[in-house]
Design a protein. Sequence first.
Length: 344
Amino acid sequence: MGNDWTERGMPVDELLRARAAASEERLSLFREAFAKNLDRKDILLGDHTTLYATGSGGRREMSPYSDLDVFLVRRGRPAKTLDAVEIQAAIIKTLREVGFPPPSRDGEFLRMHTAERLVANIGKPEDDAENTFTARMLLLLESAPVASTEAYRAIVDDVISAYWKNAELHPEDYLPIVLVNDIVRYWRILLLNYESKNTEKRLELSPERAKADLRLRSYKLRLSRCITCYSLLIAFLGAAKRKGHVGRSDVLVLVNESPTDRIARVERDFADTPAIAKLARGVRERYADFLAWTVESKESLEQKFEDAAFRRARLAEGDAFGEAVFSLVAALGQDNRLYRYMVV
């Protein structure tokens, strides 16, 4: 895959399959190199500690310019500082070897979390302060294991179980209201963080660069961040509309799917309801256009966003994508009890 990789005009399904294949190729390179770079793997990882990719890697849509964001979580054992340091060193070395940029925010997200804290912090003030909220949300919304799949699956199961309270009392009409609330809260926090980040960038960068950074982040917020959150909410609405409830097994399946796969699932499940199927298809088509437009380095894209016509067109696409997602949510929400809990 070279720098001339282009996707404009590709059929949606072909483009998404190509991105999924590219993601697996790049993640496999990281897995292989990381396994060589980490000593004492059986002790440090084993069946108790996992590393999972988020961002474009977790969404299975990597391009040649994608970076790799990872989270480190341990289960059933203490998060020892020296263990974390050894694993972090291997991560940084591997990123460099396989051609990924260094960890974002100076490695801030490479701290070792525990599954126990991911679960215990649900609804607590510590959830934000310890970054367990972000780690937990991205685990469910957009993640792919890159080390110790067994531990990854167990941790996913732990987190889902923590949200699935009193389900036995509602065998036919259970709705994951607490999880829905957390996903909606996460989306709102992303929006607020965007505004906060704008202030930081205005202080750090020149006015021209700060504007370009703001515009590109706005474009990505309106599409990739939006589909991350709403693909799972849309899939929940679809299950609730079809069956009257959302099963724990439904969530286990959905967590293992990419956001675009979840939308495709809704399109298939509502093939006998053309209006909903068409809306789902429209969301995937608009998202594929976004992927095709962003197959460039961050610097190159920022330069393009300095052009007024390009900028207006992309931001208009972002608005249209939001409208498409809203229309799909509203269609699935009609006569759907779960929709009420997403709004009030």
